[in-house]
Design a protein around this ligand. Structure first.
Ligand code: COA
Length: 394
């Protein structure tokens, strides 16, 4: 079978963030609830000039920095915060990045699982030989928004992770075994007429944990596991991270399932490195799992060359998958060279008042007339002209 996996990755986050201590003060909540209770410290806030398209394009530009766009034969954007009911985010990205005409382009949606759906399709496309030497670009991009003042508010966030997938996976070779678990549940959804999500919070936690167990069991069967498998065989466990405490709950559940009575020990070396970036960015829906993977590769100081990592993707509604990857030699140095920590440090901290103003502006941005000047980022959403979205590019 053809080896397939991640050759390069790129990350984009908005240039502004809200410190969760400012949100806690404004909402009259003890800051410990956000820091310890949920595990979040900072939350990315997208300006009206940033949308799912601009974040996706910026992440893709980073992933493609050493690649000719003409090598891309498949481009999928996984998102649950698309900008149009018909035209896919992937087509806007194609225009902004100059992807070739003979490239299959589309968008996938299944809540936070939508990006992984794209990854699995791209891997199958490569393994089946349909790629004919070309590469796939899968971009996970979202702006996570909950109603102001709701329990979900501190778990918002925004950003994108782009994955270049090919038969030369110089970061991580993936699979081939995948364990899937899906069910029709109402844990989290967003009706077409709403900008922010509706969530049955505690129920969504239990759906996530049940799906984890189902997908993990299915993965064991898929990988031919007749003897009991212990998940601490993985050098790192990378979970979907709607908020960091969820990954901790997930790890407890997984290890408990394996019969481990003291999961705290393995949590420290298997999971914590993957939470360094998510705790500074917030929920990226489709991209959360892959931001956590980038966090492991960028911040875990242990050499991971040749190590196996476990990955768990969950999308409400629901669909979940458990799969694995082998870290390629030199992958950590490549991801460290992206200086993602510096990108986070360079963001501007906004006040609570600016946060509220920004969200109010973003509410009307989809119908606002296009402005002429771009706002500092390589790709900027300028507004709408004759019902067409207008973007500035470098
Ligand atoms: N100091 C420290 N911790 C505190 C605290 C304090 N002063 N006050 C509360 N906490 C802890 C609680 O004990 C709880 O921790 P635990 O889950 O380990 O018991 C945690 O903070 C959350 O508080 P809780 O009151 O249980 O929940 P909430 O009403 O704040 O809602 C979510 C939490 C996650 C349900 C809510 O943020 C949400 O709906 N998020 C979006 C949905 C989501 O991401 N779902 C995940 C599956 S995809």
């Amino acid at each position: 079978m053809i080896t397939a996996g991640i050759e390069a990755l790129g990350v984009a986050v908005p240039g502004t963030y809200l410190d969760l201590s400012d949100l806690a003060q404004a909402r009259g909540v003890p800051v410990a609830k956000f820091h310890e209770g949920l595990g979040v410290r900072e939350m990315s806030v997208a300006l009206a000039s940033e949308d799912t398209v601009t974040l996706a394009a910026r992440a893709a530009r980073m992933a493609l920095k050493d690649v000719d766009p003409h090598e891309i034969g498949l481009c999928i954007v996984g998102t649950e915060t698309a900008v149009d009911h018909s035209k896919p985010v992937a087509s806007f990205v194609q225009g902004l990045l100059g992807l070739p005409q003979h490239c299959r382009i589309y968008e996938t949606k299944h809540a936070c699982y939508g990006g992984t759906a794209g990854v699995m399709t791209a891997l199958d496309w490569i393994r089946a030989g349909s790629h004919k030497g070309r590469k796939a670009l899968v971009i996970c991009a979202d702006i996570a928004r909950y109603p102001l003042g709701s329990p979900g508010e501190p778990t918002q966030g925004a950003g994108a992770v782009a994955l270049l997938l090919s038969e030369s996976p110089s970061l991580i070779a993936l699979g081939p075994a995948v364990g899937t678990c899906s069910r029709d549940v109402n844990d989290f959804w967003r009706p077409l007429y709403k900008k922010s999500a509706i969530v049955d919070g505690q129920y969504s936690l239990s759906c996530y944990l049940e799906a984890l167990q189902g997908a993990y069991l299915a993965w064991q069967v898929e990988s031919g596991g007749l003897k009991p498998f212990r998940s601490d065989a993985f050098a790192a466990m990378v979970y979907h991270v709607p908020f960091p405490k969820m990954a901790k709950k997930a790890h407890w559940a997984l290890r408990d399932f394996d019969g481990d009575r003291d999961p705290e020990v393995s949590y420290r070396w298997q999971v914590e490195h993957g939470l360094n970036f998510p705790q500074r960015v917030g929920n990226l829906y489709t991209a959360s799992l892959y931001l956590s993977l980038a966090s492991v590769l960028a911040t875990d100081l242990r050499p991971l060359d040749g190590a196996q990592v476990g990955l768990f993707s969950y999308g409400s509604g629901s669909c979940a998958e458990f799969f694995t990857g082998i870290v390629t030699r030199g992958a950590q140095a490549k991801v460290k060279a992206l200086q993602l920590d510096k990108m986070l440090d360079a963001r501007r901290r906004i006040s609570f008042a600016e946060y509220e103003r920004t969200l109010a502006q973003a509410e009307g941005a989809d119908a606002a007339p296009a402005k002429r000047e771009a706002a500092g980022h390589p790709y900027t959403f300028l507004g709408v002209e004759a019902d067409r979205r207008v973007y500035a590019r470098p």
